[in-house]
Design a protein around this ligand. Structure first.
Ligand code: PMP
Length: 296
């Protein structure tokens, strides 16, 4: 039997993947004018869906994009798309663009936003990287300043991350780490970053312009529950190199160890004990239906 194509939600209707298209006049395409969320469903429950929807609306608020649907309606659109595709485990991309306008960038020309839900099965950093840890480089491109197109806003403007990723690719590394303007560590291209030093867990302050990660919040909570001191701190490149453990967090990446940065071996050069404990607890939590919204 022929496999049915994935069904994509666009503005209240479902389209087969090959037919799921938006206008070339959509300002999401023309100007990166829009916001998005990457969300994950585990075992029939959408992990932290409400938190992702809250963040989507906060991003939309800052860019003055009015989403003409309630949060409950957006939650329903996500759940309906998963049901339509018979998915219980999925990577979900929720996108709200400014919508169609003319070729000028004035958002007032865009009558209504375009709302898209894609449910897929992509898995990043799987297999080897999860087992052995990843390699990373510190990229030359600095994170956009907090008074610029800051990554605190989860907008469709990801060129800053794309440039960093290109540097990682060119260097043959798995991932890139971005510094903020002052030279302190900010985050990965689509992950927050943590270090473990003398049994304590640290992550850069949110004022570096990093995205306030939902996974990072969860990991900080798990770390504290396991009895570790978990704190925000300025982290320099030197702090990274001399850390006992470094790891990334993100919805797609989950928790993944970084074993080498700019050719410096980090700690034991493999996932460390603190990272491993956090991964174990995180894997339990994501499958807990109380932590998400059920697909039903
Ligand atoms: N930083 C950036 C720039 C990201 O795109 C992401 C992925 N959403 C993260 C951090 C991690 O955030 P979260 O844990 O909410 O997925």
């Amino acid at each position: 039997m022929e496999k049915r194509e994935p069904q994509v939600y666009i503005d209240g209707k479902f389209y087969s993947k090959s037919e799921a298209k938006i206008s070339v006049y959509d300002h999401g395409l023309l100007y990166g004018d829009g916001v998005f969320e990457g969300i994950r469903a585990y075992n029939g429950s959408v992990f932290k869906l409400r938190e992702h929807i809250d963040r989507l609306y906060e991003s939309a608020h800052t860019i003055m994009l009015r989403i003409d649907k309630s949060k409950e309606e957006i939650i329903k659109a996500v759940v309906d798309t998963l049901k339509k595709n018979n998915l219980r485990d999925s990577y979900i991309r929720l996108v709200v663009t400014r919508g169609c306008g003319d070729l000028g960038l004035d958002p007032r020309k865009c009558a209504r936003p375009t709302i898209i839900v894609i449910t897929d099965t992509i898995r990043l950093h799987d297999g080897d990287q999860k087992e052995k840890g990843m390699t990373a480089i510190i990229a030359w491109v600095r994170r956009d300043a907090i008074d610029a197109t800051s990554h605190e806003i989860k907008s469709l403007n990801y060129m800053n991350s794309v440039l960093a990723k290109i540097e990682a690719n060119n260097a043959g590394a798995d991932e890139a780490i971005s510094l903020e303007r002052s030279g302190y560590v900010c985050e990965g291209v689509a992950e927050n970053i943590f270090i473990v030093h003398d049994g304590q867990i640290f992550t850069p302050r949110s004022s570096t312009g990093a995205l306030p990660g939902i996974t990072a919040q969860v990991v900080m909570r798990i770390g504290a529950k396991l009895g570790y001191a978990v704190n925000y701190r300025n982290i320099s490149p030197h702090d990274l190199f001399r850390a006992n453990e470094v790891f990334f967090t993100g919805t797609a990446a989950e928790i993944v160890s970084v074993r080498e940065i700019n050719k410096r071996v980090i700690g034991g050069g493999k996932p460390g004990p603190v990272t491993k404990r956090l991964i174990e607890e995180y894997q339990k939590l994501v499958k807990d239906p109380k932590e998400g919204v059920p697909i039903k």
